[in-house]
Ligand binder design. Structure first.
Ligand SMILES: [Zn+2]
Length: 339
């Protein structure tokens, strides 16, 4: 914890909190403030523990906000973009809102790994795509969504999604967004009314997982909002608060027949219980296929809701987890406490 705090490692945000005895303030590990000497520090697993120990939240890193949530200064801009994604934002518009354009661009770059301009374009394209799929005219869509020319629209579209607008009519459309959890931000994807993706944003192989899903569904992905995403966010919130044991969001899990069987099996492990890879393979009727079962677990794209974290080694070791062992431990501890 000391090392994570000193190196401002944001991966540990939400995992623990650091309190400074001399100032009476507590911080997230990633706090940009100057780091005091180690013997002045105290560590807490939750905000609640730090508050009850008499510490107050730091005004710089705002440990009460969910990890990775947009900062307060950006909220009005994000709301305006949602209200009117076709509007084009220039630096002068941002300044009028009292925002520093450079700071806005930096935030998008580091939180969405895309430029502010690319984010706006992606939102506009997402809307245009919805129209095209409903049979709208391509040229109308281009003009209506703020592109000066059809060729400019087509180029931008192709660059972002790797398909032309004409071809996208036959493709399915997955809406993606980020949601915030105590274990960090997650990438969520929804196809029609079903959840098809829920992964920690920093998990290893995330790009591979997303590419495979895109290939399996033959879909394009655009950032946006959906009622299912809001529902997933709400259900996860109550799960992390210890008030929910089961999820009831419709899922779509394209994969091989074997993967489907493994994932179905995972969903039958009750809340708060664990099983081993060997026991899981045996139950599927293929006791020799322990490694294949473990691999299919690792290919699960709907974290937490398909509870691959409930499978551990025969010797009780936690073994691998795409989102990191520390998250697996956190989830198992959470479920043990809730039972
Ligand atoms: Zn702080």
């Amino acid at each position: 914890m000391d090392r994570a705090f000193r190196s401002r490692d944001s991966q540990f945000d939400g995992v623990f909190y650091t309190a400074v005895r001399t100032t009476g303030i507590f911080c997230r590990p990633s706090c940009p403030a100057r780091k005091p000497k180690s013997d002045h520090l105290e560590y807490f697993p939750t905000v609640r523990d730090a508050l009850f120990a008499g510490y107050r939240p730091c005004k710089r890193c705002r440990p009460l906000d969910p990890a990775g949530a947009p900062p307060a200064w950006l909220e009005s801009l994000l709301r305006r973009i949602d209200e009117d994604p076709t509007r084009r934002w220039h630096d002068s518009d941002l300044r009028q809102l009292g925002l520093n354009p450079l700071r806005v661009r930096r935030w998008f770059q580091s939180n969405h790994a895309m430029t502010f301009h690319a984010y706006q374009r992606a939102r506009r394209l997402g809307m245009a795509l919805g129209r095209i799929r409903n049979g709208g005219d391509l040229t109308d869509s281009a003009y209506e969504h703020g592109f000066e020319s059809f060729s400019g629209f087509r180029d931008a579209f192709q660059k972002l999604f790797g398909v032309t607008p004409g071809r996208s009519r036959s493709q399915r459309h997955v809406v993606v967004n980020r949601i915030f959890t105590p274990l960090g931000p997650m990438l969520v994807g929804v196809l029609d009314d079903s959840l098809c993706l829920l992964e920690f944003c920093d998990r290893r192989m995330l790009e591979t997982q997303v590419r495979r899903l895109q290939h399996r569904l033959d879909c394009v992905m655009t950032p946006g909002e959906s009622p299912v995403i809001a529902e997933v966010e709400q259900q996860l919130k109550t799960y992390f608060e210890g008030k929910r044991r089961e999820f009831d969001v419709p899922l779509v899990t394209p994969g091989t027949e074997f993967q489907q069987r493994v994932w179905d099996g995972l969903r039958q492990i009750p809340f708060g219980q664990v099983t081993s890879y060997a026991a899981q393979a045996k139950r599927l009727g293929c006791p020799e296929a322990v490694r294949a079962v473990a691999r299919a677990n690792g290919d699960n794209r709907i974290c937490i809701i398909i509870p691959c974290h409930r499978v551990i080694g025969t010797d009780g070791q936690l073994c691998g987890y795409g989102g990191g062992i520390w998250r697996k431990r956190f989830l198992l501890d959470l479920e043990k406490q809730t039972v």
